[in-house]
Design a protein around this ligand. Structure first.
Ligand code: SAH
Length: 353
């Protein structure tokens, strides 16, 4: 789709145009990746972070209680994923220096020795040496969002980006190493304009992506962006505001941009619209859900953005996970879809041009 078409869809409120978008995206999803919804168990292995991203509640300057899961806790979470029938475990964390190359490689090997799970890592910016070691240890996939395709906005919301590495370079390097690579962006970050959002969508097919994660920006009250949005906002007529409708549109357009990719109905969207967020995303282009399998105590600390699920986690037992899983599987059946079996790898092999 070209710039003008993307812009028209982002702007339209015409019910017929919207219906056309939903039907086209849902049809494309069915043709290209089928009716199965793949479930990935999300395990938030550390809330310790050395970075200061302006939007994220785990930013290093916050004086909050943080914790890291032990190897045996992570292995128990992997067993839980298997028990629930998931084919993938996603290990996500802040950039915690104690998640060393060797330690993570060991965790990967232990999971691979004891389960058939595919392993997705979401551990932020890492050197090629580290990424190669984790790949050799058995990691299958890696998620690293580019967050925004506007370099100036990117620098503004990542004050220590010079310390890290260029995320686009890392995506290409991981692709070369044989990872299935996932990326994506947030919608509605203060300073993001409609033009930026169009560029984010245009960037997707130019990158070697098999997975695309897109969610609304959710203000965290104890971060610079959450506290003082007025310092960062674009002029009111240009500033993107993340409504559920806009997020569904962007997910549908992402499906049309990269037809064979795996696209999750993200948790952030489910937080923005608890009633319909996830279900309508699955009917408008998405084909993946990432249920949270982090033990309750650790989950309550993984405070990237405010969410009811996390607030309640403190009181939860592991039964809550099973309850969520039951409900999710019922929801999937109620929209005439099936739960994916096996690892749910993306079939598509990305080729240049
Ligand atoms: N440290 C890892 C994992 C970050 S959490 C990394 O940097 O890749 C995963 C994603 O959550 C981020 O990429 C970001 O897009 C999203 N996120 C973080 N804070 C958020 C917020 N306040 N609102 C919405 N999404 C947020």
């Amino acid at each position: 789709m070209n710039r003008q078409q993307l812009q028209n869809f982002l702007r339209t409120t015409d019910p017929e145009a919207l219906e056309l978008l939903w039907l086209t995206a849902d049809g494309m999803r069915r043709c290209e990746v089928g009716d199965a919804i793949h479930l990935r168990g999300l395990c938030e292995i550390s809330s310790i972070c050395s970075r200061r991203c302006l939007y994220c509640g785990l930013r290093a300057d916050r004086q909050i209680k943080r914790d890291r899961m032990s190897m045996s806790e992570i292995l128990r979470a992997a067993e839980k994923a298997v028990e629930l029938g998931y084919g993938t475990i996603v290990l996500q964390a802040g950039e915690d220096p104690a998640l060393s190359r060797e330690w993570v490689a060991q965790v990967i090997k232990l999971i691979k020795d004891s389960t058939d799970l595919a392993i997705t890592l979401s551990l932020g910016e890492q050197s090629n040496e580290t990424l190669r070691e984790w790949r050799d240890a058995g990691a299958d996939r890696y998620l690293l969002r580019f967050e925004t395709s506007n370099p100036e906005l990117y620098r503004r919301i990542h004050p220590d980006s010079k310390k890290g590495r260029n995320r686009l370079d890392q995506l290409w390097a991981m692709h070369e190493m044989g990872y299935q690579v996932g990326s994506g962006f947030m919608i509605g970050v203060p300073g993001q304009t409609e033009n930026d959002l169009v560029n984010d969508l245009l960037a997707l097919p130019r990158l070697p992506l098999k997975m695309i994660g897109i969610g609304p920006y959710l203000p965290h009250p104890d971060t610079p962006l959450g506290q003082h949005p007025e310092l960062y906002l674009a002029p009111p007529e240009d500033q993107v505001v993340a409504t559920p409708l806009l997020v569904w549109k962007v997910i549908a357009l992402a499906r049309l941009q990269v037809p064979k990719s795996n696209i999750p109905a993200t948790t952030a969207l489910a937080v923005l619209d608890e009633q319909e967020g996830r279900k309508l995303a699955l009917q408008r282009g998405a084909n993946v859900v990432m249920p949270n399998i982090t033990p309750a105590a650790q989950r309550s600390l993984y405070d990237i953005y405010p969410s009811k699920g996390r607030a309640e986690a403190a009181e939860q037992t592991s039964d809550a996970m099973t309850t969520f899983d039951d409900q999710l599987k019922r929801d999937i059946a109620s929209i005439g879809r099936t739960v994916g079996t096996g690892r749910g790898d993306a079939l598509w092999s990305w080729k240049e041009n």
